[in-house]
Write a protein that binds this ligand. Structure first.
Ligand code: S3P
Length: 168
C-alpha cells in the first residue's frame, strides 16, 4: 500500500514526497527519477528523445514497478493520468492524493525549467488547456484533493499523513 501523489507540473509532488519520506522515515520513489535512472538521462531529455506516446508507456511501467514494490511514498509525473492504463491503475489505489495548485503558481514554478519539455514546448495558452483537461482526470483518480498552493511542505506532509489509511 502506498501514498501516491498526483498533480500538475510544479504542484510540489516531489518536494512533498521527500518531506513525507524524511518526516516519517519511509522510502519514496518518483516515477520520473525511476525513468531517468533506468534510461540514464534526465527525464526531460528522455521525453523529447522517445516522444510523449512512448514516454507514457514507460511511465506506466515505472508506476507498476513502484506499486509492485509496495513503495510507501510514490510521486508521479504530471502527465501520468493522460495515459488510460496509468489512470485506471491509479484509480484503483486507496491513497491517491491530488495536489491541487492553481495554474499561475504552477506556471511560475515551471516556466524556466529546461527539464520540463511539456512546459517549454507549449505556449501558456496550450498549457492552460492541458491543465484544465488534466484536472478532471486528477479529480477522478484521486481519493483526496489537497489544496496545496499556500502551505508549507511540512504542513502538507502532516495533512496527508493524517488522512492516509494504509500506513498508520
Ligand atoms: C510531464 C511532467 C513531468 C515529466 C515529463 C512530462 C507532463 O513531471 O514526467 O516531463 O506531461 O506533465 P513533473 O510533473 O514532475 O514535472
Amino acid at each position: 500500500m502506498s501514498i501516491i501523489l498526483i498533480g500538475f507540473m510544479g504542484a510540489g509532488k516531489t518536494t512533498i514526497a521527500k518531506t513525507l519520506a524524511t518526516q516519517y522515515q519511509l522510502p519514496m520513489v518518483d516515477t520520473d527519477q525511476l525513468l531517468s535512472h533506468q534510461y540514464q538521462q534526465p527525464t526531460g531529455e528522455l521525453f523529447t528523445a522517445i516522444g510523449e506516446a512512448k514516454f507514457r508507456e514507460v511511465e506506466f511501467q515505472a508506476l507498476k514497478i513502484a506499486l509492485q514494490a509496495n513503495t510507501p511514498i510514490i510521486a508521479t509525473g504530471g502527465g501520468i493520468i493522460e495515459y488510460q492504463k496509468s489512470w485506471q491503475l491509479l484509480a484503483k489505489q486507496n491513497d491517491v492524493f491530488w495536489l491541487d495548485v492553481d495554474f499561475a503558481t504552477c506556471w511560475q514554478r515551471i516556466a524556466n525549467d529546461s527539464n520540463r519539455p511539456v512546459a517549454q514546448q507549449n505556449s501558456p495558452a496550450i498549457l492552460l488547456a492541458r491543465y484544465q483537461n488534466r484536472k478532471r482526470r486528477y479529480q477522478s483518480a484521486a481519493n483526496y484533493k489537497i489544496t496545496a498552493a499556500n502551505q508549507s511542505p511540512l504542513a502538507l506532509a502532516s495533512q496527508i499523513w493524517a488522512l492516509q489509511t494504509t500506513l498508520r
